[in-house]
Ligand binder design. Structure first.
Ligand code: FAD
Length: 298
Protein backbone atom coordinates (compact mmCIF):
# COMPACT_ATOMS: atom_id res chain seq x y z
CA UNK A 1 0.00 0.00 0.00
CA UNK A 2 1.18 3.58 -0.59
CA UNK A 3 0.97 6.36 2.01
CA UNK A 4 -1.58 9.12 1.57
CA UNK A 5 0.05 12.11 -0.10
CA UNK A 6 2.13 14.39 2.10
CA UNK A 7 4.49 17.32 1.92
CA UNK A 8 8.14 16.83 2.86
CA UNK A 9 10.67 19.27 4.26
CA UNK A 10 14.31 18.36 4.94
CA UNK A 11 15.64 20.64 7.67
CA UNK A 12 19.21 21.40 8.71
CA UNK A 13 18.80 22.72 12.25
CA UNK A 14 16.59 22.20 15.28
CA UNK A 15 15.34 25.78 14.90
CA UNK A 16 14.22 25.13 11.33
CA UNK A 17 12.50 21.92 12.45
CA UNK A 18 10.70 23.68 15.29
CA UNK A 19 9.50 26.48 13.03
CA UNK A 20 8.00 23.96 10.59
CA UNK A 21 6.45 21.87 13.37
CA UNK A 22 4.85 24.93 14.92
CA UNK A 23 3.59 26.21 11.59
CA UNK A 24 1.89 22.91 10.72
CA UNK A 25 0.78 21.87 14.23
CA UNK A 26 -1.05 18.53 14.40
CA UNK A 27 -0.69 17.95 10.65
CA UNK A 28 3.09 17.60 10.95
CA UNK A 29 5.24 14.71 12.14
CA UNK A 30 8.96 14.47 12.77
CA UNK A 31 10.78 12.02 10.52
CA UNK A 32 14.02 10.76 12.10
CA UNK A 33 15.26 7.38 10.84
CA UNK A 34 11.86 6.58 9.32
CA UNK A 35 12.05 2.94 10.43
CA UNK A 36 8.74 3.08 12.28
CA UNK A 37 6.98 6.09 10.77
CA UNK A 38 7.40 5.12 7.12
CA UNK A 39 5.98 1.58 7.60
CA UNK A 40 3.10 3.08 9.60
CA UNK A 41 2.41 5.50 6.75
CA UNK A 42 2.58 2.73 4.17
CA UNK A 43 -0.11 0.83 6.11
CA UNK A 44 -1.99 4.13 6.55
CA UNK A 45 -1.83 3.76 10.31
CA UNK A 46 -0.25 7.22 10.26
CA UNK A 47 -1.41 9.92 7.82
CA UNK A 48 0.66 13.03 8.47
CA UNK A 49 0.12 15.77 5.89
CA UNK A 50 3.58 17.24 6.50
CA UNK A 51 6.87 15.48 7.29
CA UNK A 52 9.74 17.36 8.90
CA UNK A 53 12.88 15.32 8.17
CA UNK A 54 15.44 15.92 10.91
CA UNK A 55 17.63 12.96 9.91
CA UNK A 56 20.29 15.13 8.28
CA UNK A 57 20.82 17.55 11.19
CA UNK A 58 24.50 16.89 11.82
CA UNK A 59 24.88 18.79 15.08
CA UNK A 60 22.28 16.52 16.69
CA UNK A 61 24.16 13.38 15.55
CA UNK A 62 26.09 13.36 18.82
CA UNK A 63 27.14 10.97 21.56
CA UNK A 64 29.28 12.34 24.37
CA UNK A 65 29.83 12.45 28.11
CA UNK A 66 29.50 15.71 30.01
CA UNK A 67 28.82 16.68 33.63
CA UNK A 68 28.35 13.11 34.80
CA UNK A 69 25.91 12.22 32.05
CA UNK A 70 25.95 10.46 28.70
CA UNK A 71 24.21 12.63 26.08
CA UNK A 72 22.49 11.42 22.89
CA UNK A 73 21.49 13.87 20.18
CA UNK A 74 18.18 13.36 18.38
CA UNK A 75 19.70 12.04 15.15
CA UNK A 76 22.12 9.57 16.75
CA UNK A 77 21.70 6.19 15.02
CA UNK A 78 21.50 2.89 16.89
CA UNK A 79 24.54 1.67 14.93
CA UNK A 80 26.73 4.46 16.33
CA UNK A 81 25.98 3.23 19.84
CA UNK A 82 26.70 -0.33 18.72
CA UNK A 83 30.08 0.49 17.19
CA UNK A 84 31.43 2.98 19.73
CA UNK A 85 34.13 1.10 21.67
CA UNK A 86 33.88 3.08 24.91
CA UNK A 87 30.13 2.38 25.04
CA UNK A 88 30.87 -1.35 24.86
CA UNK A 89 33.44 -0.98 27.65
CA UNK A 90 31.51 1.21 30.08
CA UNK A 91 27.81 1.07 29.29
CA UNK A 92 27.02 -2.64 29.30
CA UNK A 93 23.24 -2.23 29.30
CA UNK A 94 23.24 0.14 26.32
CA UNK A 95 25.78 -1.98 24.46
CA UNK A 96 23.60 -5.05 24.91
CA UNK A 97 20.53 -3.22 23.60
CA UNK A 98 22.38 -1.79 20.61
CA UNK A 99 23.16 -5.29 19.35
CA UNK A 100 19.61 -6.69 19.46
CA UNK A 101 17.35 -3.93 18.11
CA UNK A 102 15.93 -5.16 14.81
CA UNK A 103 18.66 -5.98 12.27
CA UNK A 104 21.81 -4.17 11.09
CA UNK A 105 20.02 -2.34 8.28
CA UNK A 106 17.38 -0.92 10.60
CA UNK A 107 20.04 -0.04 13.18
CA UNK A 108 21.94 2.01 10.59
CA UNK A 109 18.84 4.12 9.95
CA UNK A 110 16.86 4.13 13.22
CA UNK A 111 17.63 6.62 15.96
CA UNK A 112 17.63 5.98 19.70
CA UNK A 113 15.51 9.03 20.42
CA UNK A 114 13.14 8.19 17.55
CA UNK A 115 12.54 4.79 19.09
CA UNK A 116 11.81 6.33 22.47
CA UNK A 117 9.50 8.95 20.90
CA UNK A 118 7.73 6.18 18.99
CA UNK A 119 7.15 4.35 22.30
CA UNK A 120 6.29 0.98 20.81
CA UNK A 121 5.30 -1.39 23.66
CA UNK A 122 7.89 -3.81 22.23
CA UNK A 123 10.61 -1.22 21.68
CA UNK A 124 13.98 -2.06 23.23
CA UNK A 125 15.37 1.40 24.02
CA UNK A 126 12.48 2.46 26.27
CA UNK A 127 13.17 -0.28 28.84
CA UNK A 128 16.87 0.60 28.83
CA UNK A 129 15.99 4.27 29.31
CA UNK A 130 13.84 3.37 32.31
CA UNK A 131 16.50 1.18 33.91
CA UNK A 132 19.16 3.87 33.44
CA UNK A 133 16.87 6.74 34.51
CA UNK A 134 17.09 8.78 31.33
CA UNK A 135 15.93 12.38 30.92
CA UNK A 136 14.67 13.79 27.62
CA UNK A 137 14.93 17.44 26.58
CA UNK A 138 11.99 18.69 24.54
CA UNK A 139 11.89 22.03 22.71
CA UNK A 140 8.64 23.83 21.89
CA UNK A 141 7.07 27.25 21.56
CA UNK A 142 7.57 27.91 25.29
CA UNK A 143 11.25 26.97 25.28
CA UNK A 144 12.93 23.82 26.62
CA UNK A 145 11.76 21.37 29.23
CA UNK A 146 13.38 18.23 30.57
CA UNK A 147 11.20 15.21 31.26
CA UNK A 148 12.12 12.08 33.20
CA UNK A 149 11.56 8.90 31.24
CA UNK A 150 8.82 7.71 33.64
CA UNK A 151 6.73 10.80 32.82
CA UNK A 152 7.76 10.81 29.16
CA UNK A 153 6.16 7.42 28.36
CA UNK A 154 2.40 8.01 28.50
CA UNK A 155 0.81 5.05 26.70
CA UNK A 156 1.40 2.86 23.67
CA UNK A 157 2.75 5.07 20.85
CA UNK A 158 2.13 8.16 22.99
CA UNK A 159 4.67 10.31 24.83
CA UNK A 160 4.63 13.70 26.49
CA UNK A 161 5.89 15.32 23.24
CA UNK A 162 3.08 17.58 22.03
CA UNK A 163 2.22 18.88 18.57
CA UNK A 164 4.73 21.55 17.59
CA UNK A 165 7.47 20.08 19.83
CA UNK A 166 10.76 18.33 19.11
CA UNK A 167 12.71 15.99 21.40
CA UNK A 168 16.26 17.25 20.94
CA UNK A 169 18.36 15.08 23.25
CA UNK A 170 18.46 12.42 25.91
CA UNK A 171 20.87 12.09 28.82
CA UNK A 172 21.43 9.46 31.46
CA UNK A 173 23.73 9.32 34.47
CA UNK A 174 27.19 7.94 33.68
CA UNK A 175 27.53 4.72 35.66
CA UNK A 176 30.42 4.51 38.12
CA UNK A 177 33.03 1.72 38.04
CA UNK A 178 30.82 -0.40 40.30
CA UNK A 179 27.82 -0.35 37.97
CA UNK A 180 26.93 -2.96 35.38
CA UNK A 181 23.82 -3.79 33.42
CA UNK A 182 22.36 -6.35 31.11
CA UNK A 183 19.66 -6.56 28.45
CA UNK A 184 17.93 -9.88 28.01
CA UNK A 185 15.61 -10.32 25.05
CA UNK A 186 13.80 -13.28 23.58
CA UNK A 187 12.57 -13.02 20.02
CA UNK A 188 11.12 -15.53 17.58
CA UNK A 189 13.97 -14.98 15.14
CA UNK A 190 16.83 -12.54 14.77
CA UNK A 191 15.51 -9.11 13.85
CA UNK A 192 12.10 -9.59 15.43
CA UNK A 193 10.54 -7.42 18.10
CA UNK A 194 10.78 -8.79 21.62
CA UNK A 195 8.46 -11.52 22.82
CA UNK A 196 9.60 -10.20 26.18
CA UNK A 197 12.74 -8.40 27.33
CA UNK A 198 14.30 -7.09 30.52
CA UNK A 199 16.70 -4.20 31.16
CA UNK A 200 18.69 -4.28 34.39
CA UNK A 201 21.35 -2.04 35.90
CA UNK A 202 22.93 -2.53 39.34
CA UNK A 203 25.46 -0.57 41.39
CA UNK A 204 27.32 -2.06 44.35
CA UNK A 205 28.79 -0.01 47.19
CA UNK A 206 32.18 -0.59 48.81
CA UNK A 207 30.63 -3.17 51.15
CA UNK A 208 29.14 -5.19 48.31
CA UNK A 209 25.59 -4.01 48.97
CA UNK A 210 23.32 -2.94 46.10
CA UNK A 211 23.20 0.87 46.25
CA UNK A 212 21.23 1.54 43.05
CA UNK A 213 19.00 -0.66 40.90
CA UNK A 214 17.17 -0.17 37.62
CA UNK A 215 14.78 -2.89 36.46
CA UNK A 216 12.38 -2.53 33.51
CA UNK A 217 10.58 -4.88 31.16
CA UNK A 218 9.39 -4.51 27.61
CA UNK A 219 6.54 -6.17 25.67
CA UNK A 220 4.90 -6.65 29.05
CA UNK A 221 2.29 -3.83 29.07
CA UNK A 222 1.15 -0.91 26.90
CA UNK A 223 4.61 0.62 27.36
CA UNK A 224 7.87 -0.58 28.82
CA UNK A 225 7.44 -0.52 32.60
CA UNK A 226 9.67 0.03 35.59
CA UNK A 227 9.53 -2.80 38.14
CA UNK A 228 9.74 -0.40 41.05
CA UNK A 229 9.05 -3.05 43.70
CA UNK A 230 11.99 -5.11 42.50
CA UNK A 231 14.25 -2.05 42.57
CA UNK A 232 13.15 -1.21 46.14
CA UNK A 233 13.61 -4.82 47.22
CA UNK A 234 17.20 -4.89 45.89
CA UNK A 235 18.52 -1.58 47.21
CA UNK A 236 20.52 -1.83 50.44
CA UNK A 237 20.74 -5.60 50.22
CA UNK A 238 23.61 -8.00 49.73
CA UNK A 239 22.98 -10.00 46.53
CA UNK A 240 21.82 -13.55 47.09
CA UNK A 241 20.06 -15.97 44.80
CA UNK A 242 16.99 -15.84 47.04
CA UNK A 243 16.86 -12.03 46.72
CA UNK A 244 17.25 -12.15 42.96
CA UNK A 245 14.45 -14.70 42.61
CA UNK A 246 12.15 -12.59 44.81
CA UNK A 247 12.89 -9.44 42.82
CA UNK A 248 12.41 -11.19 39.48
CA UNK A 249 9.02 -12.49 40.60
CA UNK A 250 7.85 -8.88 40.89
CA UNK A 251 8.30 -8.49 37.13
CA UNK A 252 5.95 -11.37 36.50
CA UNK A 253 3.36 -10.01 38.94
CA UNK A 254 3.49 -6.51 37.40
CA UNK A 255 3.40 -7.47 33.73
CA UNK A 256 0.12 -7.42 31.80
CA UNK A 257 1.08 -8.71 28.35
CA UNK A 258 -1.34 -9.61 25.58
CA UNK A 259 -1.53 -13.04 23.98
CA UNK A 260 -0.42 -13.02 20.35
CA UNK A 261 1.60 -15.04 17.84
CA UNK A 262 4.64 -14.58 20.07
CA UNK A 263 3.12 -16.34 23.09
CA UNK A 264 0.37 -16.69 25.66
CA UNK A 265 -0.13 -14.34 28.61
CA UNK A 266 1.10 -17.01 31.05
CA UNK A 267 4.24 -17.64 28.99
CA UNK A 268 5.09 -13.96 28.66
CA UNK A 269 4.52 -13.29 32.37
CA UNK A 270 6.87 -16.11 33.24
CA UNK A 271 9.43 -14.88 30.72
CA UNK A 272 9.38 -11.47 32.44
CA UNK A 273 10.51 -13.25 35.62
CA UNK A 274 13.10 -15.38 33.83
CA UNK A 275 14.62 -12.49 31.89
CA UNK A 276 14.84 -10.16 34.89
CA UNK A 277 16.52 -12.97 36.84
CA UNK A 278 19.03 -13.51 34.02
CA UNK A 279 19.64 -9.76 33.78
CA UNK A 280 20.30 -9.48 37.51
CA UNK A 281 22.66 -12.45 37.42
CA UNK A 282 24.56 -11.17 34.40
CA UNK A 283 24.91 -7.69 35.89
CA UNK A 284 26.45 -9.21 39.02
CA UNK A 285 28.71 -11.49 36.99
CA UNK A 286 29.94 -8.44 35.11
CA UNK A 287 30.62 -6.77 38.45
CA UNK A 288 32.64 -9.83 39.45
CA UNK A 289 30.41 -10.08 42.47
CA UNK A 290 31.51 -13.56 43.43
CA UNK A 291 28.96 -13.84 46.17
CA UNK A 292 26.59 -15.91 44.11
CA UNK A 293 26.53 -19.51 43.22
CA UNK A 294 24.96 -18.74 39.89
CA UNK A 295 22.82 -21.49 38.47
CA UNK A 296 23.23 -22.28 34.79
CA UNK A 297 19.52 -21.80 34.15
CA UNK A 298 16.90 -19.37 35.32
C1 FAD B 1 11.91 -4.58 10.22
C2 FAD B 1 11.96 -3.75 11.49
C3 FAD B 1 12.25 -4.40 12.69
C4 FAD B 1 12.31 -3.66 13.86
N1 FAD B 1 12.60 -4.31 15.02
C5 FAD B 1 12.73 -3.59 16.16
C6 FAD B 1 13.11 -4.22 17.38
O1 FAD B 1 13.39 -5.43 17.45
N2 FAD B 1 13.20 -3.45 18.48
C7 FAD B 1 12.95 -2.10 18.46
O2 FAD B 1 13.06 -1.45 19.49
N3 FAD B 1 12.60 -1.47 17.33
C8 FAD B 1 12.49 -2.19 16.18
N4 FAD B 1 12.15 -1.54 15.02
C9 FAD B 1 11.88 -0.09 15.06
C10 FAD B 1 13.17 0.69 14.85
O3 FAD B 1 14.03 0.52 15.97
C11 FAD B 1 12.91 2.18 14.64
O4 FAD B 1 14.06 2.73 14.15
C12 FAD B 1 12.57 2.99 15.84
O5 FAD B 1 11.48 2.46 16.53
C13 FAD B 1 12.17 4.44 15.45
O6 FAD B 1 13.29 5.17 15.21
P1 FAD B 1 13.36 6.11 13.90
O7 FAD B 1 14.53 7.01 14.10
O8 FAD B 1 13.33 5.28 12.69
O9 FAD B 1 12.02 6.97 14.07
P2 FAD B 1 10.92 7.38 13.00
O10 FAD B 1 10.32 6.17 12.38
O11 FAD B 1 11.45 8.41 12.09
O12 FAD B 1 9.87 8.06 14.00
C14 FAD B 1 9.12 7.28 14.90
C15 FAD B 1 8.13 8.20 15.64
O13 FAD B 1 8.81 9.04 16.56
C16 FAD B 1 8.61 10.42 16.23
N5 FAD B 1 9.91 11.08 16.44
C17 FAD B 1 11.11 10.62 16.00
N6 FAD B 1 12.09 11.43 16.42
C18 FAD B 1 11.49 12.43 17.12
C19 FAD B 1 11.99 13.57 17.82
N7 FAD B 1 13.30 13.85 17.88
N8 FAD B 1 11.09 14.37 18.44
C20 FAD B 1 9.77 14.10 18.41
N9 FAD B 1 9.24 13.02 17.77
C21 FAD B 1 10.10 12.20 17.14
C22 FAD B 1 8.15 10.44 14.79
O14 FAD B 1 7.36 11.57 14.50
C23 FAD B 1 7.35 9.14 14.71
O15 FAD B 1 6.07 9.35 15.24
C24 FAD B 1 12.06 -2.26 13.83
C25 FAD B 1 11.79 -1.62 12.62
C26 FAD B 1 11.75 -2.35 11.45
C27 FAD B 1 11.46 -1.64 10.17
Amino acid sequence: MFPVSFEYLKVHSAEEALAALQQHGGDARVLAGGQSLIPAMRYRLARPAFLVDIGGIQDMNTLHEQDGHLHFGATLRDATVEFTPWIAERYSLLADVSRVVADPIVRHMGTVLGSICHNDPSGDWTAAALASRALITVHGADGAREVGIDDFLIDAFTTSVQDGELAVSLRLPTPNAHTQGSYQKIERKVGDYATCAAAVQLTLDENGLISAAGVAITAAATTAIRVAKAEAMLIGQRPSLHLLHEAAMEASLLSTPVADARGSVAYKKDMARVLVLRGLKQSLERLNAGVLELGATA
